[in-house]
Design a protein around this ligand. Structure first.
Ligand code: GDP
Ligand code: MG
Length: 757
């Protein structure tokens, strides 16, 4: 089977083209470096199937970032039958810089001139025939987004793949041309593959190359010393080569572009103007926090734009309405959808009950289906709308190019915590799901930095933890009449973020010491996200959620119901006898573990439910609310009858049945946010950081969640304990400080010894 590789700058549209070719719905966003994973797929529209690989986005083939090394080694070692070089036609010069390097390799190649739809819209045009002649291999105009010309691109690539190609270089006539030719001859004599490419790299003094061919490197150096030291670049051959490439590109390649100048200029300046405000030195981050707050407000608030508070009469009137649209004021769009979903699940529950009664079903079966299975699933499902609304906003922010700016702004701050701005992307993805977020850390250059990031990703509360946040914070408001659900939710997200940052700081100063890698990134111009792409994101999310609801969650619900309705000798005890059930006895056994966290032995009769929910959460976080859904129905029995299936309602009932207080409930949320996230994430983390370190990661998650939750509970219940915690913090900080001083000294000694030798 033929094997084609897609190579291009970040944001040139590789992933979009990859999806168009292979028909997969892989994640598409304008994050630089999203594709560090090697993604493969099959193109099936031709005469024969073709394997297509989406290589990471790179600006050059130098060995400075992992992406560059991955792409370079892939092309050199795997010998793809054809390299498809994707060039963003709206950013021709920068993109062709990579093309001039790819040219030097001995592989068949075609240029896919992408984003030509934008070019057309602007009225710009490129003389493709001339460009093709000058570049030396086929150039095909495409639009990956619209799918234009993608098939003829593949046709040309298939033809091109038939004949081998010898590399050629735009540097032949430059000052370094003779140095390159000499090195090439030397390498040819040694029968090195792709001699021209390696020759150029030798002259550039590329670190990988100098190591592999030390003798030739010395010869090149001597030649340069003799002939070129006195030119403009003073022997800095890397700069000289880059300069020569750009000069050549401007002279021969970008001259084929005819601009309808004004339009593109306007667009660029618009983006620049927006950046003056959005990435402002002082206001940039406050603006980001405000945008985030607005997003949460639109998703969770029952008092949209605080209208109910601004106009008290309106607020009061809303309070009297029992409806989808009004609560403390106008509901936010997220809450309206939530209410609709709830009506729907409530209705289905009723139909099920009526249907089963009609069938004269046995009481146990009715209990099993209505309370056990449907109760749990409905509690989880009711949060789907809000999750989707939240993700819609996140995807919009990502696709417009705003998130890339945030990464850039946060880099300055992140550095103080020992990670680069590159960590921001995985962290933001963590708000969706830890699993892809952990995989995405592969863009990070430094291993220790990466491991530390994998560990804190779960603290960026994922979509599955959202129902816990919503139900428990809603129930706090409902049962105690204190606080405000969207502010509690927002603060819990912040608690997760703060814990993540502190953990990073601690790890990077103790077990994972090391330099923070540099972060270089080009910011794409702002643009309006594509509707189809947004919908694909959402569908992906919804599909994932539904799949889980009807597999893992369903199974858990069945198990919970069985274990909470039967005793160890498998006799059915039903709702009244639940206290003697299997689940209750296990729950009571583990309950004391959670006493320092406020939801252990201090609770009354039914308190074990919180312990069980917390443990079930280690399998999948959706299980926590599903467990409340199933158990509330059982424990509360007749009182509960007729209630709608609603997480908030169930937790409120549980609060009343167990006597848990506010600090303990907050500690319960904190525990769920910071502990072992779920089986899937555990597997992902293990894959990413290796077996040995992984064990410590589990310990780290358990320790952090116990520590922080205990802190939350004790400070909430006995405010004076803050003094104890402060002393502990000071001792830890001092300990870390002196440890680092000691280590720095040791490292400095080791270094000087090495030099001495
Ligand atoms: P990658 O980083 O190279 O994988 O780039 P992506 O495939 O993620 O694309 C970056 C951005 O450019 C996305 O927002 C795409 O929707 C957009 N894009 C990709 N191809 C085209 C195209 O042909 N025309 C237009 N207008 N936008 C495109
Ligand atoms: Mg990509």
């Amino acid at each position: 089977m033929l094997n084609f590789a897609l190579v291009g700058n970040p944001n040139s549209g590789k992933t979009t083209l990859f999806n168009a070719l292979t028909g997969s719905t892989a994640h598409v966003g304008n994050w630089p470096g999203v594709t560090v994973d090697k993604r493969e797929g099959t193109y099936k529209k031709g005469n024969e199937p073709i394997n297509v690989v989406d290589l990471p986005g790179i600006y050059s083939l130098s060995p400075y970032t992992p992406e560059e090394v991955i792409a370079r080694n892939y092309i050199l070692n795997e010998h793809p039958d054809c390299v498809i070089n994707i060039v963003d036609a709206t950013n021709l010069e920068r993109n062709l810089y990579l093309t001039t390097q790819l040219m030097e390799l001995d592989v068949p190649m075609v240029v896919a001139l992408n984003m030509t739809d934008v070019l057309d819209k602007r009225g710009d045009s490129i003389d493709v025939k001339t460009l093709e002649k000058r570049i030396g291999f086929p150039v095909v105009e495409v639009s990956a987004l619209k799918g234009n010309n993608v098939e003829s691109l593949m046709q040309r690539a298939i033809e091109t793949a038939k004949t081998p190609r010898k590399g050629h270089s735009v540097l032949r006539e430059s000052a370094l041309g003779s140095a390159i030719s000499n090195a090439e001859i030397a390498l040819q004599l040694k029968e090195v593959e792709a001699p021209l490419f390696h020759a150029v790299k030798l002259v550039e003094k590329d670190s990988i190359e100098v190591e592999t061919h030390p003798a030739e490197a010395r010869a090149v150096e001597a030649f340069i010393q003799e002939n070129l030291v006195n030119d403009t670049f003073q022997g800095d051959t890397e700069a000289a080569i880059a300069d020569a490439r750009y000069k050549y590109i401007t002279k021969y390649f970008s001259s084929t572009l005819t601009r309808a100048r004004k339009y593109s200029y306007d667009e660029l300046s618009k983006s620049d103007k927006a950046d003056k405000v959005l990435t402002h030195k002082w206001f940039g981050i406050p603006i980001f926090l405000m945008i985030m707050f607005a997003v949460f407000h639109m998703t969770f608030s029952e008092n949209f734009l605080y209208l109910g508070s601004i106009i008290p009469a309106f607020g009061e009137w809303c309070g009297t309405q029992e409806s989808v649209f009004f609560a403390d004021g106008l509901n936010s769009p997220g809450v309206i959808l939530f209410n609709c979903m709830e009506l729907l699940t409530g209705q289905i529950g009723e139909w099920l009950t009526v249907g089963l009664q009609g069938l004269q079903a046995n009481e146990v079966i009715v209990g099993f289906i209505i309370d056990g299975v449907w109760g749990g699933i409905a509690a989880v499902l009711s949060f789907l709308p809000q999750i989707l609304v939240l993700f819609l906003f996140f995807s919009i922010l990502e696709d417009t190019g705003y998130m890339a700016r945030v990464a850039f702004m946060l880099d300055r701050i992140f550095r103080r915590f020992g990670v680069s701005g590159r960590a921001f992307m995985p962290m933001i993805m963590g708000f969706g799901c830890s699993v892809p977020a952990m995989v995405n850390t592969r863009t990070m250059a430094d291993e220790k930095e990466r491991e530390a990031t994998v560990r804190v990703i779960p603290f960026f509360s994922c979509g599955a933890k959202l129902p816990i946040l919503l139900a428990v914070s809603g129930a706090i408001v409902e049962a105690f009449g204190v606080g405000n659900a969207d502010i509690i939710t927002y603060s819990m997200y912040l608690l997760g973020i703060v814990t993540a940052l502190i953990s990073l700081l601690v790890m990077r100063n103790t077990t994972m010491r090391g330099e923070t890698s540099p972060f270089i990134m080009e910011l794409p111009a702002y643009h309006i996200p594509g509707f189809v792409n947004l919908m694909l994101h959402l569908w992906d999310k919804a599909k994932h959620f539904l799949q889980k609801a009807f597999t893992v969650i369903l199974l858990s619900c069945v198990a919970i119901w069985i274990f909470s309705n039967f005793t160890w000798d498998w006799s059915y005890v039903g709702e009244e006898g639940m206290d003697s059930s299997i689940l209750a006895s296990i729950g009571k056994l583990i309950q004391p573990l959670f006493t320092p966290l406020g939801f252990g032995s201090q609770l009354n009769k039914n308190g074990w439910v919180f312990a069980v929910a917390a443990i079930l959460g280690l399998i999948a976080k959706e299980d926590v609310i599903a467990a409340f859904g199933s158990l509330a129905a059982c424990i509360l029995g007749s009182e509960f009858a007729g209630a709608t299936e609603e997480g908030v309602y169930e937790v409120t009932m549980m609060i009343q049945a167990t006597g848990i207080d506010v600090p303990a409930l907050i500690a319960f949320i904190a525990f769920n946010m910071l502990t072992i996230p779920c089986f899937a994430a555990v597997a992902a983390a293990r894959g990413e950081i290796g077996k040995e370190k992984f064990k410590w990661t589990l310990v780290f998650w358990l320790a952090t969640s116990f520590l922080v939750s205990t802190m939350v509970y004790t400070i909430g219940s006995f405010p004076w304990t803050i003094a104890v915690w402060a002393v502990v913090a000071v001792v830890v900080v001092l300990g870390i400080y002196f440890y680092n001083k000691y280590m720095d000294k040791k490292e400095a000694e080791a270094k000087s010894k090495k030099q001495y030798r």
